[in-house]
Design a binder for this molecule. Sequence first.
Ligand code: BGC
Length: 373
Amino acid sequence: MNFKSIIIILTAFILQGCKEEAKSSVTDSVYAVTSEGEEIHKYTLINIKGMQMEVITMGGAIISLTAPDKEGKYEDVVLGYTTPDLYLNGNPSYFGAIIGRYGNRIAKGKFTLEDVDYQLPVNDGVNHLHGGKGFDQRIWKAEIIAEDEPSLKLSYTSVDREEGYPGNLDVTVIYTITNKNALEISYEATTDKTTIINLTQHSYFNLSGNFKTILDHSLELKADKFLPVDNTLIPTGELRSVTGTPFDFTIAKNIKEDINVHNNQLVIGKGYDHCWIFNDTVKHMKEVAGLYHKDSGRYMTVYTDQPAIQFYSGNFLDGTLKNKKEGNYENRSGLCLETQHYPDSPNQKEFPSVVLRPGEKYKTKTIYEFSVR
Ligand code: BGC
């Protein structure tokens, strides 16, 4: 055997090894059992690059998601509880969960649809937030739909009048970890009575790999306008220009830059907890946001077909929950970028409609794609 053939054989062995290592997969295990004896499953999705996501059937919550840094090191970039009990007993911070039937707030839990007045439970001061006992606290059915680009389909039927909402609503959410290191989320729903809907995902991102702070992350939002809120966090109805305000992220800016500036809206929100309206509100996929952590080099691009995004800077994290890495989750140790329709739309005639009628299909998609810079 000459030198050249040895090299060819060695290369073949090495490539074979890489191929084994880079196999994608989806595995299913029992994560916990509820007090009623129901099993909560955990699905682990791994793509060919080694990016990994763990999802549980309680709330369809993403409990971990890894992304590579500039050295190629994969680390967890979403906050989560360290034990199952908080996921099973109300998920108080909505960590990683699917949010519905109506993400964000509805003033006083009231709305009128086709001349019928509805009263939803009030669970956030005087308002209704994130669907009341919402989709984050429901057990979803799971089905593995692909392993090559690992993909998991979650389904849930929200019955007529659950949390006061009209209509039996069949919902599916598909999570895919693509081979381009993106988390794709596709939402679909149908109803048998006219209803309202605004689904979103409540992962708290921190790209540093240690979950200490998001103040050193920089954020870009393709949005010239945001919705100012009253002191119960309900939009006033005004679409305000971000120009010259701390809400201007049209050019990437460090979150810490303006978060402590004296501004009435920042006082009300205890930081950023507002909805930004994209410059392009047409329903098609577009790039809408970018989040960057310089030290690790991790970059997350957000694409969506939704008209708006709630940027919540983790203002209610108060240092009492245990950090998956070390210590506790301090104030502003994670942030949410929740693609959605405008809060309180059912009560604000000028806002785009969130009504879903029988025979129509609610269909929307958001992508969080990870890269390095
Ligand atoms: C809301 C915050 C709320 C948080 C709860 C966010 O989507 O905008 O106001 O406190 O969810 O985790």
